[in-house]
Write a protein that binds this ligand. Structure first.
Ligand code: 2P0
Length: 332
């Protein structure tokens, strides 16, 4: 069988995913809402070979250690759904991350969405979009959202028992008002000492933060409100929900024992600059993930003004992003 290539774009959560209720099935504690971006993406090609081990490379270098094990386990999951003739064969995986600078924005979301598309294709596992989203979720939760372009919701299906939620907890594209023409400015800040990875940090937050139950409850409501704001084309409301969700997520992990802190002094300076933009009448709202970088949601027509303000005369690196497409899969 020929190799299959897939391209998936990174996504930034507007309503954050932070915490699993079932780590084995990768079921989130609450729904999340994201925007898939054009500027950052992963291209992955998967072919089958006769050797006895999976071979995985990222940006031309062989993958090793825990990262390799994660990919092998994911390939095992795909093989468990493949026809007997191919299920025993090993894969050759070549993956490339495209980001405008080597800025630490490489994302497990685009990586596992692309791997899901390419591996399912290479092993002849026929999946529709929902099936691909469900498969990508097993690699990395946020990857479920990168199967779709634009605004996306990943449903927690927390009302269902885990075995049923395993089928229902997938992403879906969100209908958005044509008036909602958005962009993101990504402020790249120097990463300090390597912080704890998001999977471990999430589990630690669930286990030790007394704020976690309140976080999960409010996030489910915030996700519903964000969907409404997106449908109504209400950027201001969406922006407020976005910034609030990010701050609540960081507050929840700051309350873990010991605390998890991704906010750096330079991040706080950018949050102040975003508040100053708003005070001066420009709609701009900040969000942050498991690192110091700050992403700023704004109207596409305000992007250049926002980038100029945040770059502060060239003192900071600011990347531009617009809504991007969903997963594409093709046979090589
Ligand atoms: C998100 N993040 O919603 C949140 C916000 C980071 C902060 O999803 O364990 O790599 O593989 O499901 O998806 C990053 O965590 O974690 C993430 P796993 P993932 O985008």
């Amino acid at each position: 069988m020929s190799a299959v290539r897939a391209v998936a774009h990174a996504n930034i959560a507007l309503v954050k995913y932070w915490g699993k209720r079932d780590a084995a099935l990768m079921l989130p504690s609450a729904s999340s809402v994201s925007l898939t971006l054009d500027a950052f993406y992963t291209t992955t090609s998967v072919g089958l070979h006769e050797g006895d081990a999976d071979e995985v490379s990222l940006d031309g270098a062989p993958l090793t250690g825990g990262a390799l094990v994660k990919v092998e386990r994911f390939l095992d999951l795909v093989r468990s759904q493949a026809a007997p003739g191919v299920a025993g064969r090993r894969a050759r995986v070549a993956s490339r991350n495209d980001v405008p600078t080597a800025a630490g924005l490489a994302s497990s979301a685009s990586a596992f969405a692309a791997l899901a598309g390419a591996a399912a294709g290479a092993y002849g596992v026929a999946l529709d979009r929902a099936g691909l989203s469900r498969l990508a979720r097993r690699g990395s939760g946020s990857a479920s959202r990168s199967v779709y372009g634009g605004f996306v919701q990943w449903r927690a299906a927390a009302e269902l028992p885990p075995a049923e939620a395993d089928l229902a907890s997938v992403a879906e594209p969100l209908p958005s008002s044509p008036d909602l023409d958005v962009a993101m400015a990504v402020v790249v800040l120097a990463a300090g000492p390597k912080a704890i990875g998001s999977r471990e940090a999430m589990a630690h937050t669930v286990a030790t933060s007394p704020y976690f139950p309140a976080w999960a409850e409010h996030t489910e409501r915030d996700a519903a409100a964000a969907c409404e704001a997106i449908a109504a084309g209400d950027l201001e409301r969406l922006g407020e929900i976005t910034e609030t969700s990010a701050m609540r997520m960081h507050a929840t992990m700051l309350a873990a024992a010991p605390p998890v802190r991704y906010l750096a002094p330079a991040s706080l300076e950018v949050l102040d600059a975003v508040a100053a933009l708003r005070a001066a009448g420009t709609g701009a709202w900040a969000t942050m993930d498991a690192g110091p970088n700050v992403k700023v949601l704004c109207a596409a027509s305000d992007l250049e003004a926002v980038v100029a303000a945040l770059a502060d005369g060239g003192r900071r690196t600011v990347l531009r992003a617009r809504p991007g497409p969903g997963l594409r899969v093709e046979r090589e």
